[in-house]
Design a protein around this ligand. Structure first.
Ligand code: FES
Length: 106
């Protein structure tokens, strides 16, 4: 069973903001959408680029390289040139702390 990794305080990531954390070698992109926190792998399935630094518009993040968009709630690729989803990870807020974990191999 994977363990939770602390990202930081929820107040550290303002609405519309994001942070990348390394969890056992996996880059995770944590975003704040109007107070709702989500976590996806910081990997664009088009060409492996990072999604961090791309435009966050509502629940969609746009890859800064070629413009593919992903839903941060589901990891679903929403437009070309990406067709495969990126991974989504569990995230929780406890006592103002953000926690994530990689449950893909649980
Ligand atoms: S690497 Fe993201 S759209 Fe190409």
């Amino acid at each position: 069973m994977s363990t939770w990794t602390r990202v930081g305080n929820d107040s550290d990531i303002a609405p519309g903001g994001w942070r990348v954390v390394d969890v056992d070698g996996v880059a995770m992109l944590v975003v704040n959408v109007e107070g709702s926190f989500h976590c996806i792998e910081d990997v664009c399935t088009h060409d492996g680029g990072g999604l961090a630094g791309g435009t966050l518009c509502g629940f969609e993040v746009e890859c800064p390289r070629h413009g593919a968009r992903f839903d941060v709630r589901t990891g679903q690729a929403l437009c070309a040139p990406a067709y495969q989803p990126t991974a989504v990870f569990p995230i929780k807020i406890e006592d103002g702390q953000i926690w994530v974990r990689d449950d893909r191999w649980d």
